[in-house]
Design a protein around this ligand. Structure first.
Ligand code: NAI
Length: 328
């Protein structure tokens, strides 16, 4: 039997985690032969909610679940952690602008970064999910100076999966037949879902779409605004099952590698590729091997697509400006 992997999760009493923890404990993220220890964090007020969550975890009698810790102290949660999923964040309240959300969440991710720096394994893999995910990842990295920035990523996988599904529905092909989809940029409605490099078998997706206006008028806005559409359809609740699923997909690919001839979208520190300056956490197409991600280089980008990519970059710069004083 392998030794257990320690997985820390914040926001663990929230709705994404109710769709996530049981799947992790069942072996869906790390495999059916990998024992796990769940190190669950939430704020003090939420601690009573752990009672039911832990009772249900035990009632599933998961053979792979080797231990459960619950705490309101991030250092305890991240202690010796191999994987950290930063899901916990303040939800966007009514009349709250994006900059207010940024200000409300910055202290959470400053604290997360410091606790990771102190307590987590040096080769920990950290996925930032809580919104605004890219800038929260940036804040976390800045506060964990002893950890390599390549240990961190922000989640754009839900957007990537949404883009795959829209194309699969349009072309009546299985999702698994579509390769090389990209979502560039910020996890917000400035993101750029880009199917111009995507393929189905030996064909490009673009060549199979007989009404090209569909891409600009339907595909791009539907993927960009899907989060809002889900909130409306779920009477105020945001994506939870699909977000949990995306976390599992993201971590699986990062740890076990992307499939041959394909890539995935991940929010990672820019290395300057595609005219996106270093210093932002930006979603790029990446391949993963041996637990490391690598930005796919050298794709041809049209001038109008470059403009879309820059628009999302500019939004990230504005977000960084808005929290700069908190990092000083
Ligand atoms: P939720 O509101 O159900 O749960 C949020 C959790 O965060 C709660 O357990 C809450 O107690 C905790 N929390 C609140 N303040 C905190 C603090 N100061 N420190 C630590 N934890 C704190 O929200 P849900 O639906 O589980 O979503 C979690 C986050 O994930 C949200 O920020 C949401 O916007 C984001 N999200 C990101 C997606 C992505 O693709 N990157 C997709 C879907 C959601």
């Amino acid at each position: 039997m392998k030794s257990p992997i320690r997985i820390a999760v914040t926001g663990a009493t929230g709705q994404i985690c109710y769709n996530l923890l049981y799947r992790i404990a069942a072996g869906e993220m790390l495999g059916k032969d990998q024992p796990v220890i769940l190190q669950l964090h939430d704020i003090t007020e939420a601690q009573p909610l752990f009672d039911g969550i832990v009772m249900e975890l035990y009632d599933c009698a998961f053979p792979l679940l080797s231990g459960i810790i619950t705490t309101d102290n991030p250092e305890v949660a991240f202690n010796n952690a191999d994987i950290v999923l930063l899901v916990g964040a303040r939800p966007r309240g009514e009349n709250m602008e994006r900059k207010d959300l940024l200000a409300a969440n910055s202290p959470i991710f400053i604290q997360n970064g410091r606790a990771l720096n102190t307590a987590a394994k040096r080769n920990v893999k950290v996925l930032v999910v809580g919104n605004p995910a890219n800038t929260n990842a940036y804040i976390t990295i800045k506060n964990a100076p002893d950890l390599d920035p390549s240990n961190f990523s922000a989640m754009l996988r839900l957007d990537h999966n949404r883009a795959l599904s829209q194309v699969a529905l349009k072309l009546h092909v299985p999702v698994s037949d579509i390769k090389r989809m990209i979502v560039w940029g910020n996890h917000s409605n400035t993101q750029f879902p880009d199917l111009s490099h995507a393929t189905v078998g030996n064909n490009s997706v673009s060549s199979l779409i007989t009404d090209p206006a569909w891409i600009e008028n339907y595909f791009i806005p539907v993927v960009q605004k899907r989060g809002t559409a889900i909130i409306e359809a779920r009477r105020g609740k945001s994506s939870a099952a699909s977000a949990a699923n995306a976390i599992i997909n993201h971590m699986q690919d990062w740890i076990f590698g992307t499939r041959e001839g394909d890539w995935v979208s991940m929010g990672v520190p820019s290395n300057g590729s595609y005219d996106i300056p270093r210093g932002v956490i930006y979603s790029f197409p990446v391949t993963c091997q041996n637990g490391q991600y690598k930005i796919v280089e050298g794709l041809e980008i049209s001038p109008s697509d470059r403009e879309k990519m820059q628009k999302s970059y500019q939004e990230l710069v504005t977000e960084q400006e808005a929290i700069k004083h908190l990092l000083a």
